[in-house]
Design a protein around this ligand. Structure first.
Ligand code: SIN
Length: 286
């Protein structure tokens, strides 16, 4: 197995493993180790079925059935999420603008995703890239004083701030808001496997629990800007057959809308369940 770094801050490509076939425990352990070190791992030229995607993903943990976003499930496969601008049943796809702001998956649920594995089946001729940033490094690079402040905060996540909400059907949006009330999580997350501490705040954070939105916003904006500085990012330029796996505990990501919307982009994602960490709180006053 070969591990080739793709970025200084995060990201590595793994070569020499056929992930469409069953892989042994030693290979799983080696992939997991590289994943913890680089936060984002990329496999190229993967050609597989949805069942093979599920089988590979399950080697790394239990899968989420996407009950929090049921309209984006891939038909017949609740453990696969379909992210595409390709119309579905003659209607615009609900996920056509999914992921367009910096976030960590399922932060608006009480069991945020541990990791995600996104497979590209179709891409526009140019663009449709995904950006990633390293939240462990973002935490490490704060001053000790600021670490002390954020260590004490809880970030509240609000589904209203999820990108693409404006293009969803109002009825579906109402259902999603009911399924996903505002949730508070620690603003600094300790990785349950590696023990690494990482910032857990994003453009979907409405406020810090116990503080107003007006009081919270300057710090949320500062922390997001600090985490997403170019030197702390990796930009993935997709090829059909790429599988990109990210650790939601130590990285944020954002899908760029940098492509011609008349061309199709189609992705399938599995989501590894994380630990329960949140509790329901009152919404922010906007
Ligand atoms: C996501 O946020 O999971 C989607 C990312 C992408 O489509 O690039």
């Amino acid at each position: 197995m070969e591990i080739i770094p793709l970025g200084h801050a995060l990201g590595a490509e793994i070569r020499g493993v056929d992930i469409a076939e069953e892989i042994g425990d030693n290979t799983v352990a080696a992939i997991r180790e590289a994943w913890h070190r680089h936060h984002i791992i990329v496999f190229r030229d993967v050609s597989w079925t949805p069942d093979q995607h599920l089988a590979f993903s399950r080697r790394f943990g239990a899968l989420d059935d996407h009950a929090s976003t049921p309209h984006e499930r891939f038909e017949g496969y609740p453990e696969l999420l379909e992210i595409t601008n390709r119309p579905k049943n003659g209607q615009p796809s609900q996920s056509r603008n999914a992921g367009r702001n910096w976030h960590s998956d399922y932060s608006y649920t009480d069991r945020p995703a541990a990791a995600s594995m996104l497979y590209c089946t179709e891409k526009p001729s140019v663009g449709g890239d995904t950006m990633f940033c390293n939240m462990a490094r973002a935490y490490d690079e704060l001053s000790d004083k600021m670490k002390g402040i954020v260590d004490d905060l809880e970030s509240v996540y609000d589904f209203n701030l999820v990108s693409g909400t404006k293009v969803r059907d109002p009825e579906k949006m109402a259902e999603l808001l009911k399924l996903n009330p505002p949730i508070a999580h620690p603003c600094v997350r300790v990785h349950d496997e590696s023990g690494v501490k990482a910032l857990y705040v994003s453009e979907r954070t409405s406020h810090f629990e116990g503080m107003s939105r007006a009081e919270s916003l300057p710090l949320i904006e500062y922390l997001c800007q600090h985490a997403t500085r170019p030197q702390n990012t990796y930009r993935h330029k997709w090829r059909v057959g790429d599988l990109v796996c990210w650790d939601n505990r130590t990285a944020m990501h954002m899908a760029l809308g940098d492509y011609d919307p008349s061309e199709f982009r189609h992705m399938l994602r599995t989501t590894l369940q994380g630990q329960k960490s949140g509790y329901v709180v009152a919404p922010a006053e906007y």
